[in-house]
Each structure stands twice: as structure tokens, then as C-alpha cells.
Design a protein around this ligand. Structure first.
Ligand code: SAM
Length: 224
């Protein structure tokens, strides 16, 4: 039987990336260029295509209240904020002043600055004490991999039934199945998280092979 998936080559990925709405995005393209000037660290940024995927998901489910953990220079936050319902808000957590200063400038250029509230500091300290005034419709987690479970447990009680939590880098460039690299600390944490989410009866979960792996969890019911 032929396999029921397509392994992406660079050419096929270029084809995928080129065939979507609003493919020309001057703000995110300029942000990409400025981020690349930071050097190797720029690899932390999500792609513009992945940003479009986030915008699409946020639009489909109708999001007013959102949280992001791991903002860096702002690609994902702009993508989420643009797709919020009128009057919506995105609260961003990041500990780095320099990178989020770049994000702030691009929030202005994208016209989403009024929809974003940045909380600067260590999310491991901030999130367990975070009490949002509204139930959350959408959460995007893209910070230190070893802390994903802390962020998940801190935020899940504030997510509405049917709300989504999306985790990035859940394939770790394939390291999750590499016999040696799967034992490295961050990859071990991601493997544990993938296993936990797949069997967590508080959520419906699905691991999607988009970008570096998006694990999406839909909350099943309110937790008392
Ligand atoms: C992979 S980057 C995020 C990329 C971003 N989502 C984008 O669209 O480009 C990870 C970010 O998480 C932040 N971070 C890492 N550990 C953190 C922590 N414990 N608390 C807050 N932010 C953290 C880093 O400062 C960095 O900006």
C-alpha cells in the first residue's frame, strides 16, 4: 500500500508556501529580514508560513482572548493578533527585553499594538500566578521546551471548553525519534509532553507535521 502522507522536499515546501492567500506580507517580510540580522539566534523565529497557519486557526475558531508564551521578535504574536475578533486581546509572555523591543516596533507597523499586552519576565514565575480576567480561547506555547508542562498546567484551567492550546517544535527537527538525540534534555521533555497530551483525558489532542510539529489540544470540559 502506498504511504498516505507526502514527505516534503525543499521544492515541495516552496510550492506549499507559495499557494495560499495573502502570500505577500510586507510587514512580516521586513521583520524576517531584521530578525535574520541578529545572526544564528534568528532560527528561533517561526516562518511567515507558520504565522499564516496560526492566523488561519485563530480565525476558524473565533478567538477573542489569547495568550502566547515565547514572543521573540514577534512573528507569531502579529499573526495571532491580526486574526483576533474585534475587541480581542493577546497577552504575550517573554523574558527578553531586546528581542521583544523589535516585536513592539513591528506591532506598531502591523497596527496590532493596541491588541497586545506584553508581560516581561520569566514565564515559569509569572504563569503559575497569572489569573486572566476572561477565559482563554487560544494559547500558543513556543518558549523553553523543558517548561512546556509547567505552562500547560498553569494555563489549561483558564482555557474555555473548546479552546485550543498549540505547542510548537513538537518534532524537534526529527530528534524525537533519533536514538541518541531523543535522550537530550529538551527533546526528552518534548517526548514526555507528546505522550502526556496524547493520553490526557482533559483534551483532544493531535500532532500535526506542520513546520517543526504543532501539537494541538482542544479542551474537553471545564475543570472544577
Ligand atoms: C522560539 S522563540 C519564540 C519565537 C516566536 N514565537 C516567533 O514567532 O518568532 C522562544 C522565546 O521564548 C523566550 N523564553 C525562553 N524561556 C523563557 C522563559 N522561561 N520565560 C519567558 N520567556 C522565555 C525567549 O526569550 C524567546 O524569545
Amino acid at each position: 500500500m502506498s504511504s498516505k502522507y507526502v514527505a516534503l522536499t525543499d521544492e515541495l515546501n516552496d510550492y506549499v508556501v507559495a499557494h495560499r492567500s495573502n502570500v505577500n506580507d510586507p510587514v512580516l517580510t521586513a521583520l524576517r529580514a531584521e530578525t535574520e540580522n541578529l545572526g544564528e539566534i534568528s532560527e528561533m523565529a517561526i516562518s511567515i508560513y507558520q504565522g499564516a497557519v496560526l492566523s488561519f486557526i485563530v480565525s476558524i475558531i473565533g478567538v477573542k482572548w489569547a495568550v502566547e508564551v515565547g514572543t521573540f521578535t514577534g512573528t507569531s504574536s502579529i499573526s495571532i493578533a491580526r486574526a483576533l475578533l474585534p475587541g480581542g486581546k493577546l497577552i504575550c509572555f517573554d523574558q527578553d527585553f531586546r528581542w521583544t523591543s523589535i516585536a513592539r516596533r513591528y506591532w506598531q507597523k502591523a497596527g496590532v499594538q493596541d491588541r497586545i499586552d506584553l508581560r516581561l519576565g520569566n514565564a515559569r514565575d509569572l504563569l503559575p500566578r497569572f489569573r486572566p480576567t476572561q477565559q482563554l480561547d487560544f494559547v500558543f506555547i513556543d518558549a523553553d521546551k523543558e517548561s512546556y508542562d509547567v505552562y500547560y498546567e498553569a494555563l489549561l484551567p483558564s482555557v474555555r471548553t473548546g479552546g485550543l492550546i498549540v505547542f510548537d517544535n513538537m518534532l524537534r527537527g526529527g530528534q524525537v525519534i533519533d536514538p541518541v538525540q531523543k535522550h537530550m534534555t529538551a527533546t526528552r521533555a518534548i517526548n514526555q509532553m507528546n505522550r502526556k497530551l496524547a493520553s490526557d483525558d482533559r483534551v483532544d489532542s493531535i500532532l500535526l507535521p506542520i513546520a517543526d510539529g504543532l501539537h494541538m489540544c482542544r479542551k474537553r470540559r471545564s475543570i472544577i
